[in-house]
Design a protein around this ligand. Structure first.
Ligand code: ACM
Length: 516
């Protein structure tokens, strides 16, 4: 200090700078807020901080206990009523916190209180708290005084992982579930079947996995026990796991196993064979048994006009049922599948081609064809519930920056699928009436894996884009600033990488995956 004051008079600029830094850096540091993703709906920061130390206790009763147990283990704290500062988790009536996924969080003095009317809200409050905890240079932990009132914008905040094209097993999914929960996503959809593979066991039809799941001669699929484990782990994170079982198209793996239920090319189910529906019922019954989620997605996309050409039994079906076109046949098949799914007590879900096929209005439509906004609009106008997954913004197989690796086909309109492009997207168009708006129940991204063969690359394509997905899905409608988001994102990328998740930092991280 003395040496400094001796030297400074001869260096007026440097002295000015030092004085500025001495005064300003602590103030600036104090005003830097924890980088929350997704940003809560309402947040008011206050002076002061709650200290968290070995004496801090986590208190909860009744249904709040499991959230409290997870939170105390993540923070390394004991549960109980005594101690210095305390973290209280309380279930309150819906008159206090209306949204079952919403919560109130208050941190002041020696108290952190999270209140919610449902364990889901408590869980989300706990996730926010984990992001609020700051570590000082000596390792001491504090939570800045704050009042947060929060609830999600959309009730469906989803991610599809395609485990059919390349198989990703339980361990890979568990890591994804951890992060989905931490960022308040609540639907994991598994694309379980496609041309390349069939990935879950159906005891009545063992060749589905015996033949359909082979990768280099080895079966790669989820056993019933794997699925039970994944589903239970996801449930602990308030995530439902929705099975997607593709039909009538995208069905090559099943066709290799049981060709008699398929067209000649082995690409689509045969809607004219009555036994096809017994086969479908067995498959869907097993899916309904394994996955407790209230939805079954039956695909229904990209059937093609010629799949049933030249099939005498399909021509007979058309004559009998007065079906004029392939679309009509597809619609007939779709209605029968919907009836089976509903008879199993589940709600059907399908890609937006099923709007063209005039599927029953009970089907949740997943809009993906970015070049067909009129199909999205027609869906909500006609009373379908809709999950928006436009390929331009939410397909995580597409490149993230210029020259970066990714799927080569459509979806790169307007440039690579960067976080900036995602944040600039508004899921509910301005012209929608309140009723139409209410039919947009959420958004879902998809990481398709035709070109993704390793978990490291899967993570690179998924993280950190999935955090931008969470931001869009949770935060109230309004402008999003890419710069502000990327400042908030930076420490999350570091934290993900510190956990061993290969989150992309920038284009430099892409080189490893460029193959030509
Ligand atoms: C899709 O990408 N065919 C849903």
């Amino acid at each position: 200090m003395e040496a400094l004051s001796f030297a400074l008079p001869r260096m007026p600029f440097a002295r000015g700078l030092l004085i500025f830094l001495a005064l300003c850096v602590p103030a600036c540091a104090a005003s830097a807020r924890p980088a929350l993703i997704p940003l809560p709906a309402q947040i008011a920061w206050h002076d002061g901080a709650v200290r968290i130390n070995a004496d801090t206790r986590v208190e909860a009763r009744g249904e709040a206990a499991s959230v409290a147990a997870n939170l105390s283990s993540q923070l390394g704290l004991k549960q109980g009523a005594r101690g210095g500062s305390r973290i209280r988790l309380t279930l309150v009536p819906a008159s206090v916190v209306a949204s079952p996924e919403g919560y109130r969080l208050r941190a002041a003095g020696k108290d952190i209180a999270i209140e919610a009317s449902d364990p889901r809200g408590l869980f989300y409050g706990a996730q926010t708290l984990l992001q609020l905890v700051e570590k000082g240079p000596g390792g001491e932990r504090t939570v800045q005084a704050v009042e947060i009132d929060d609830a999600p914008r959309f009730r469906w905040r989803g991610l599809t992982v395609d485990v059919a094209r390349h198989f990703f097993g339980r361990e890979a999914l568990i890591k994804i579930i951890d992060e989905m929960g931490a960022y308040k996503l609540n639907v994991l959809k598994l694309h379980l079947t496609d041309y390349e593979g069939w990935r879950f066991e159906v005891p009545a039809y063992p060749r589905l996995t015996g033949i359909g799941a082979l990768v280099d001669g080895q079966p790669r699929y989820f056993t019933a026990a794997d699925i039970r484990e994944i589903v239970a782990y996801a449930a602990d994170h308030h995530i439902i796991v929705v099975p997607e079982i593709e039909m009538p198209g995208h069905a090559g793996a099943a066709a290799r196993a049981y060709p008699k239920y398929f067209n000649k090319e082995g690409s689509a189910f045969n809607p004219a064979n009555p036994e096809t529906y017994d086969f479908v019922r067995s498959i869907l019954t097993e899916a309904a048994r394994l996955f407790p989620a209230p939805y079954i997605h039956f695909g229904g996309d990209e059937v093609g006009d010629e799949v049933w050409n030249g099939m005498a039994d399909v021509e007979r079906l058309k004559a009998e049922q007065n079906l004029k076109s392939t679309d009509d046949v597809e619609a007939y098949f779709g209605r029968r599948v919907v009836a089976i799914i509903e008879s199993l007590g589940k709600r059907p879900m399908a890609w937006d081609e099923q709007v063209d096929a005039n599927a029953p209005k009970s089907v949740v439509i997943q809009w993906w064809r970015r070049d067909k906004p009129e199909v999205r609009d027609a869906a909500v106008r006609n009373g379908y519930d809709l999950v928006a997954s436009p390929a331009d913004q939410l397909y995580f197989d597409y490149p993230q920056g210029p020259g970066e690796p990714g799927a080569p086909w459509e979806g790169n309109k307007g440039g690579p699928q960067s976080i900036g492009k995602m944040l600039a997207w508004e899921p509910v168009p301005d012209g929608f009436t309140p009723d139409e708006q209410a039919h947009v129940i959420g958004i879902e991204a998809a990481v398709w894996t035709e070109f993704i063969a390793t978990e490291r690359y899967l993570q690179f394509m998924t993280f950190p884009r999935v955090l931008a997905l969470a931001e869009i899905a949770w935060r109230p409608k309004g402008p999003r600033d890419e710069r502000e988001f990327s400042d908030r994102l930076a420490p999350h990328i570091d934290a993900l990488r510190a956990k061993g998740i290969n989150a992309r930092r920038g284009e430099g991280d892409a080189y490893e995956f460029i193959t030509n």
